[in-house]
Design a protein around this ligand. Structure first.
Ligand code: ATP
Length: 488
């Protein structure tokens, strides 16, 4: 039986991973809060990304730019004029849809019905019309394909309009004529406007990258699929500045490096694929998505974009501040330094929330197990999260087998010795089986049990989440054992 998104949503709520925002007021569409286990998992994902970028790559440094930026930023970046989604309304249901999403779903329908060629042709035609900004053509395609409103089952569509996805708010408390400020729709621009600050202050030489993790905001028309598409979300972006002409190699290098990252944190290779863009964003020369196979199909988790010198040139033109780099490496073709140029950029951009959802979907496991022997034998379903130990919210749980004979004190001793290295829980209450189950549900890789033998020889049992096997181990080996498992 395949896992449904609704099972994951329910699990995420029940075990403190993700809550609907302001739930007591019936929530706010496409906005979510992370609970006690969710924030740990998400922080682990962010930390691994950050360390991969700024520690494993010697040529990448980080920044933390503000969410608010000068309004001209978004003029230069093209977001004021071009950051739109094609919107269409159904006249009967008065529901609003993204025209491209309706067509994508139709294409997927053809694919599922065994006609991938027809699906691909539809996707290509949609891409062509959108690139040409032929909105009437997009509407006609929806009508020709006999696409019906998912709610009212009619094909009674309005015209297609462009809808800008940026949220804006009042920019100045004193000047009512001041232009609005926007909540940034991507973190990338905070990196571009700081390009020279970072290059000079950190004495970086091209090629080098700037990494950032931060909130981004988009007024998404279609808000569905849980935390896949949110109005407030978090991005982990890295802009890699290169000499023009070398962007192709760097694009390939980062494509491979980013796929490796997803595999290293536990996403299986067969559930990941590259997907080239049919329609390029206004800034892109080449773009590929890394897609993960969610319960609702293969969908983007990360974008890798070759952005040329688009952004820096735009900022140079609008700000009238040079965004150039002097490259004193010698060009073998001329025998002279490469000199001044506006660098090209290869970007990697992954959503922390989408990566979280992919991680949860991948980890959620239901298996049938048999317990007991003879007449007492019974089968039941065990639910657990098969998280990579590096991202698990709790690395180990420590249980005294019973609450007497000095076992709780010994468990406390082990807890105190390891708490500086790992996030642990110590639990004394309930039967041991129940305590295992609780840890399985949140993905804790190890349960350490203090029993009678522990008091005699300083060994404990370590119960493994995925296999449910138990091994006996000296207490003195726990730190290196857990440490090895949670390293990445
Ligand atoms: P989509 O086509 O799904 O709208 P996009 O191509 O607009 O995404 P990018 O602008 O490339 O997305 O953003 C980079 C990454 O940011 C995406 O791969 C995704 O992980 C994340 N992201 C973008 N929009 C959202 C959102 N509304 N909610 C959660 N994550 C998002």
């Amino acid at each position: 039986e395949t896992t449904q998104l609704k099972d994951i949503v329910a699990h995420a709520k029940e075990y403190g991973f993700v809550f609907q925002s302001s739930e007591i007021y019936d929530g706010l569409a496409a906005v979510y809060d992370y609970g006690p286990n969710g924030v740990e998992l998400k922080n682990n994902l962010k930390r691994l990304w950050w360390e991969t970028m700024t520690q494993l790559h010697h040529d990448v440094v980080g920044i933390d730019a503000a969410i608010f930026m000068a309004p001209q930023t978004w003029k230069a970046s093209g977001h004021i004029d071009g950051f739109n989604d094609p919107m269409i309304d159904n006249l009967d249901s008065k529901k609003r849809y993204r025209a491209d999403v309706l067509l994508e779903e139709k294409a997927a329908e053809y694919e599922n019905a065994g006609d991938p060629a027809r699906g691909a042709a539809l996707t290509a035609e949609m891409g062509r019309l959108l690139t040409a900004e032929d909105l009437a053509g997009v509407r006609q395609l929806i009508i020709d394909e006999k696409i019906q409103c998912p709610v009212s089952k009619t094909g009674n569509w309005t015209e297609v309009r462009q809808f800008n996805l940026m949220f804006s708010t009042q920019g100045s408390a004193v000047d009512s004529d001041a232009p609005p400020v926007y909540l940034r729709p991507e973190t990338a621009q905070g990196i571009f406007v700081n390009f020279l600050n970072v290059q000079k202050s950190a004495r970086m030489k091209i090629p080098f990258g700037i990494a950032q993790i931060g909130k981004a905001f988009r007024n998404e028309i279609v808000a569905r699929q849980f935390i896949f598409r949110m109005r407030e979300f978090e991005q982990m972006e890295m802009q890699f500045f290169v000499r023009p002409g070398t962007e192709g190699e760097w694009y390939d290098t980062w494509k491979a490096a980013r796929r490796k990252f997803h595999e290293a944190i536990g996403l299986p290779a067969e559930k990941l694929r590259f997907h080239d863009h049919d329609k390029l964003a206004h800034y892109a020369k080449a773009a590929v998505d890394i897609e993960y196979e969610f319960p609702f199909g293969f969908k983007e988790i990360e974008g890798i974009h070759s952005r040329s010198d688009f952004d820096l040139t735009q900022h140079q033109n609008l700000s009238r501040k040079k965004q150039q780099y002097f490259d004193n490496d010698v060009d073998p073709a001329t025998g002279k330094p490469y000199g001044n140029y506006v660098p090209y950029v290869v970007e990697t951009s992954v959503g922390a929330d989408r990566l979280f959802l992919a991680t949860m979907c991948n980890a959620f496991t239901e298996e049938t197990i048999t317990e007991g022997e003879g007449d007492a034998q019974q089968t039941k379903t065990r639910t657990f999260l098969k998280l990579h130990p590096a991202v698990a919210p709790v690395k180990a749980a420590i249980f005294p087998l019973v609450r007497k004979d000095g076992m709780p004190e010994k468990a406390q001793e082990i807890f105190d010795a390891l708490r500086f290295d790992f996030r642990l829980v110590l639990e004394e209450r309930d039967a041991i089986g129940k305590r295992y189950t609780r840890q399985d549900l949140i993905g804790t890789p190890f349960c350490i049990v203090v029993d009678g033998q522990t008091l005699e020889d300083d060994t404990v049992t370590v119960r493994h989440r995925d296999s449910r096997e138990q091994t006996r181990m000296p207490i003195s080996e726990l730190r290196s054992y857990i440490g090895e498992a949670v390293s990445f």
